[in-house]
Write a protein that binds this ligand. Structure first.
Ligand SMILES: NC(=O)c1ccc[n+]([C@@H]2O[C@H](COP(=O)([O-])OP(=O)(O)OC[C@H]3O[C@@H](n4cnc5c(N)ncnc54)[C@H](O)[C@@H]3O)[C@@H](O)[C@H]2O)c1
Length: 462
């Protein structure tokens, strides 16, 4: 590795953990003109990034990686000695998955990353957590790193929660809705202001708070979003019971300025590497802190969300006559959302798995996530194209709303399948076009004119 550029007075940045969050952060910071060193324990990831290849799908990131590598300002390494020597401000972006057999967050990667750095740092530096963690983690880590570091209390900790969305990661990093600095001193705030100066200079709102509040902001935000999604999906359940249309309901609610239409989209619900595990970890942490009741509603939010998956399977079963034996199912989508290859807790793959367990012959196609999906669920069959997935299908399920699926021609798709049955689990298809092309169309929370007698009416008739 060539010597690192140590000239200039702007803080030099390290980014520890170069996954979806860290790689984006490292590249974005380099694009703003900082000298950045990306660090990971996964050598294959570091080798890929150093050679200009992004090891996951994120629109625009490969181009910005190539640009920033070419400037010489961005390097990657697995060497923590180098990181400790190089950085003035260290961002820790490692994973915080759900623990096996518990709803708590698994903090072992966070602890390992901070420990590895701290034991090597020999001058006053700022360590900044970006990973999503339970409230109180930063204070515990402050004590840990000061114990481990040769410079002791010269090491300071801050928390800077991240709100980026996969699929829009660069835009969200460079033009965030807001920045949150959780700090314990004016010096830490000043350092963070120096790092984010180009973004703050654009008028980005900034909230400076204590460490605990900053940790809470992230899980509170994700809990709110999850609740809004499960709220409209709960309304979908009611709509199904009475033959009402949740799409119209959501549109009408969304026009209300006090409610707003964003995240009020009914369908298969949320998944991915953040929302599900974050609301569970928050619930778990609140219970530990004696305020479990305050967020007990998150259990219901989780349950509503998971019920959408089994209800999607129900709709497919109804369409094929009540039994999946000998039935070929085309699952369109595996990623937890479009424009990502992330299959962590993906509703689409969960539905495919449930169909498989019920005896269906399942073929999955995702424009970007087939490889990750195959790694997670090798028992399912994967097709290299939409046409091959749909070929001879008895029912097609739209599970991730990629543009390729939205734009598919129902007549041409109809010529490929054995039976024209479609479940639009994301409300992403034009129902009328499918109906006109002779498809049986089902969507969660929509009856499409089917008469649904209300229980009270039945009693009245009897
Ligand atoms: N992905 C998102 O959209 C997103 C958005 C906001 C916040 N977050 C939060 O950011 C954190 C990271 O999420 P992610 O999606 O990037 O995860 P990820 O699994 O894609 O990346 C984590 C990376 O950390 C590396 N790592 C693990 N232990 C390490 C160590 N000791 N030292 C150095 N590297 C180590 C892993 O090899 C991996 O490359 C999580 O807390 C997540 O909740 C993620």
């Amino acid at each position: 590795m060539a010597p690192l550029n140590t000239a200039g007075s702007a803080p030099r940045i390290t980014v520890i953990g170069t996954g979806y969050l860290g790689a984006t952060h490292a590249v974005s910071m380099a694009s703003l003109g900082f000298d950045v060193l990306g660090v990971d324990v996964d050598r294959s990831k570091i080798d890929a990034l150093a050679s200009g290849r992004v090891p996951f799908f994120e629109p625009g990131l490969p181009e910005l990686l190539a640009e920033t590598l070419a400037t010489g300002r961005l390097r990657f390494t697995t060497d923590f000695d180098l990181a400790a020597e190089f950085g003035d401000v260290h961002f820790v972006c490692v994973g915080t998955p759900q623990q096996q057999g518990s709803h708590a967050a698994d903090l072992r990667y966070v602890d390992a990353a901070f420990s590895a750095l701290a034991s090597r740092i020999t001058r006053k530096s700022l360590l900044v957590g970006k990973s999503t963690v339970p409230v109180g983690t930063a204070e515990r880590i402050t004590a840990l790193v000061r114990r481990l570091s040769p410079v002791g209390a010269e090491l300071e900790l801050a928390w800077n929660p991240e709100f980026l969305r996969e699929g829009f990661a660069i835009e969200d990093t460079l033009r965030p809705d807001r920045l949150v600095f959780g700090v314990a001193s004016a010096w830490a705030e000043e350092r963070l202001r120096a790092v984010f100066a180009p973004i703050l200079g654009r008028g980005t709102p900034l909230v400076v708070s204590d460490l605990r509040t900053a940790e809470l902001v992230k899980v509170a935000a994700n809990s709110f979003l999850a609740t809004k999604i499960s709220y409209i999906n709960a309304m979908a359940e009611v709509c199904e019971a009475v033959g009402a249309d949740v799409q119209d309901l959501a549109t009408a609610l969304g026009h209300g300025a006090r409610i707003g239409g964003r995240f009020l989209k009914p369908g298969l619900g949320f998944g991915g590497g953040c929302l599900p595990k974050d609301i569970r970890a928050f619930r778990h942490r609140a219970e530990e802190l004696g305020v479990g009741e305050a967020v007990a509603f998150l259990d219901e939010v989780d349950r509503i969300n998971l019920r959408r998956r089994s209800r999607t399977v129900d709709l497919a079963r109804e369409l094929v006559g009540g039994d999946f034996a000998g039935v070929r199912v085309a699952c369109l989508g595996a990623a937890f959302k479009p424009n990502s290859d992330d299959v962590r807790d993906a509703p689409a793959l969960d539905v495919a798995r449930m169909l498989y367990l019920e005896g269906a012959s399942v073929v999955v196609y995702d424009p970007e996530a087939n490889v990750n999906a195959h790694r997670a669920y090798p028992d399912l069959d994967y097709a290299p194209s939409l046409a091959e997935a749909a070929s001879d299908a008895d029912v097609v399920l739209l599970l991730t709303e990629w543009d390729e699926f939205r734009e598919a021609d129902p007549a041409r798709l109809g010529a490929l399948v054995r039976r024209r049955n479609v479940v639009d689990a994301r409300h992403a298809l034009d129902a009328d076009r499918y109906l006109d092309a002779g498809w049986e169309y089902r969507a969660l929370g929509r009856s499409h004119g089917a008469a649904v007698p209300l229980p009270l009416d039945r009693e009245a008739v009897a």
